[in-house]
Design a protein around this ligand. Structure first.
Ligand code: ITT
Ligand code: NA
Length: 214
């Protein structure tokens, strides 16, 4: 059984389309590290969750990156949501005309086995998310594993570009009401509509393809 490990009900609603008899959501509140990259946070979480569950796990770490604010809040998105709040981030971005943004998501998979080593190391310095070209709406499955640790982790990053707007919509969660993509905020979309374009939908479908064919 593969476990999708999270404490976030919004993520579970979106992941449901990718879960079936062999994949189940699992609520486990591990201690997250603070780091400058989603990759590092997700990889660490996957290792902790695997050690706890003893079965294959995926962990999903995500964040909002404001281009004009050098990628803020990025990996600190949860802290900023809990302190400033989503509407305040939206007002700041609009006041400073820093409304160009992207969501990034990194799925980290760990099953206790090792994977084929990659010739290229993972670039973990991605505060600005520059490793993903948002204009291409990139879905980049990396073959990289985070090496040099006892438990190998496979990473599936993805991004989606958008603009910060006044809050609209009741769906989704987190920053969704202020994130507009192709004229619609993520909070105005159904989970299916959001999955079809979102950072998480792209990361999950890339993961699912790899997982099915591994
Ligand atoms: P888990 O770590 O338990 O999965 P979390 O809510 O802490 O749950 P993240 O660390 O990945 O998840 O989330 C970081 C922040 O980004 C947090 O404030 C979320 O609300 C927000 N966020 C993540 N994905 C999002 C999405 O698809 N739409 C809007 N906001 C999102
Ligand atoms: Na998290």
């Amino acid at each position: 059984m593969l476990r999708y490990v999270t404490t976030n009900d919004g993520k579970v609603r979106e992941a449901e389309a990718y879960l079936d008899d062999d994949v189940a959501a699992f609520e486990y509140d591990y201690q997250e590290i603070q780091a400058d990259s989603l990759e590092a946070v997700a990889a660490d979480g996957a290792r902790k969750a695997y050690r706890h569950v003893g079965e294959p796990v995926i962990v999903d770490d995500a964040g909002l990156y404001l281009e004009g604010f050098d990628g803020f809040p990025g990996p600190y998105s949860a802290y900023v949501e809990n302190t400033l709040g989503v509407e305040c981030v939206g007002r700041l971005a609009r006041r400073e005309e820093a409304t160009q943004a992207k969501f990034r998501c990194v799925i980290a998979y760990c099953d206790g086995d090792s994977f084929e080593a990659s010739p290229e190391p993972v670039d973990t310095d991605d505060r600005r998310g520059t490793d993903i070209d948002a204009d291409e709406r990139a879905t980049a499955a990396t073959d990289e594993t985070v090496a040099g640790e006892e438990l190998p982790v496979k990473l599936f990053p993805a991004a989606v570009p958008g603009h910060i707007v006044e809050p609209r919509g009741d769906g989704g969660f987190g920053y969704d009401p202020i994130f507009e993509h192709d004229g619609t905020t993520f909070a105005e979309m159904t989970p299916e509509e959001k999955n079809a374009v979102s950072h998480r939908g792209r990361a999950l479908s890339t993961f699912a393809e790899w997982y099915a064919g591994r």
